[in-house]
Write a protein that binds this ligand. Structure first.
Ligand SMILES: C[S@@+](CC[C@H](N)C(=O)[O-])C[C@H]1O[C@@H](n2cnc3c(N)ncnc32)[C@H](O)[C@@H]1O
Length: 243
């Protein structure tokens, strides 16, 4: 398979409605030159447990089950930006979309610590997916804090994709949260509802640190955990979205 290792360019003929002109729309990942074949081989070593790759029928680009919508609501913390919304009912635990972007290493010249769209793919290998300049619908998923008191309704999960010739590749997927033991999320995500994840404490810790520009390695951050409690933690010096 020939990989796109050049500057990000759209690798899909069609783009979703409201797609920004200055961001390349991807249907498959884009790889930085620093992501070597050896690194990719390490990334794609299958775990010993049996793998159920995602069905290719779920990988439509653009996706018909979600839409990117401008947020015009003063009470929404991302007012004036965009969010990702369900175009149909999404059942608990169902697959929503892949998180696509530029797959990059943690080398200083290959990573952007200020990115608001960088998701860790493999911490040990130092591989991330940055959707600042190229990506798909998933780059518009907001964090639940300040939006939905009940907490997130979706999460990032490792997934495997069959790329042909019996080869599997590791990616990150966005899934509706499971119904939960008590069944409190049994409804899944309703049509028209915003898809919301948790970016993790590290992301918001870094944002707070930047705002306060204290320059320390860690910052004390507090946030609404979604169930009415306010927690305070030392945020690690990372601005990446966390799995
Ligand atoms: C991955 S982007 C999400 C999409 C973004 N709203 C857009 O239109 O491009 C992450 C950025 O969205 C905004 N954001 C997401 N969730 C937020 C929240 N709960 N509160 C405030 N800002 C949020 C922040 O500006 C953050 O840096």
């Amino acid at each position: 398979m020939v990989r796109n290792r050049s500057q990000p360019v759209s690798n899909s003929n069609r783009v979703p409605k409201n797609w920004p002109r200055d961001v390349a729309y991807l249907a498959v990942p884009s790889y930085s030159k620093a992501v070597t074949t050896e690194l990719l081989q390490s990334l794609n070593v299958a775990p010993s447990t049996s793998i159920n790759p995602l069905s290719s029928t779920l990988l439509k680009s653009p996706s018909p089950i979600i839409h990117i919508t401008p947020i015009e609501n003063n009470a929404h913390p991302a007012n004036g930006q965009y969010g990702l919304f369900a175009a149909q009912h999404l059942p608990p635990s169902s697959f929503i979309t892949l998180y696509l972007g530029r797959v990059h290493t943690s080398a200083a010249c290959d990573t952007d610590p200020a990115s608001n769209y960088d998701l860790c793919l493999d911490r040990e290998l130092g591989i991330g997916i940055d959707a600042t300049h190229c990506g798909n619908e998933a780059r518009f998923i907001n964090d639940y804090r300040g939006i939905k008191a009940a907490g997130p309704n979706a999460e990032f999960r490792d997934v495997w994709v069959d790329v042909g010739n019996g080869k599997l590749e590791r990616r990150i997927g966005v899934f509706v949260l499971g119904a939960g033991r008590s069944g409190r999320r049994v409804k899944g995500i309703s049509k028209g509802e915003e898809v919301l994840v948790s970016y993790g404490k590290g992301f918001w810790g870094e944002r707070r640190r930047e705002e306060e520009s204290g320059g320390g390695e860690e910052a004390l951050v507090s946030w609404d955990t979604g169930n009415g409690n306010i927690e305070e933690v030392l945020g690690p010096p990372t601005g990446a979205l966390e799995m």
